[in-house]
Ligand binder design. Sequence first.
Ligand SMILES: [Zn+2]
Length: 99
Amino acid sequence: MGNNVVIFPTQETALFGICPKCGRADGFVNIGRVQVFFCNQHRTKWWAGANLFSGRCDENPEIWEENKRQLAAFRDVEPLWPADHQNSDNTNRNLSDAT
Ligand SMILES: [Zn+2]
């Protein structure tokens, strides 16, 4: 991967989805306003969202094209969302408590 990759600590990547095969994310790149996370080991990628982070004004369409090229060989996958799973667990527990 190139120099445009932002590496995140695992704790934070969990908020933006993780690789369904290994539960990790190696980082993300910006493509326009969209942040695409990826796993190098399994060559997976997924959209985390758009405009997640500010201060991206230093990047330009050339960099985005480069990022897109780098991820071209990666497979689109549905990421896991550990944060969501936690929330739904809590919801289920509350519902069963009520009944
Ligand atoms: Zn992986």
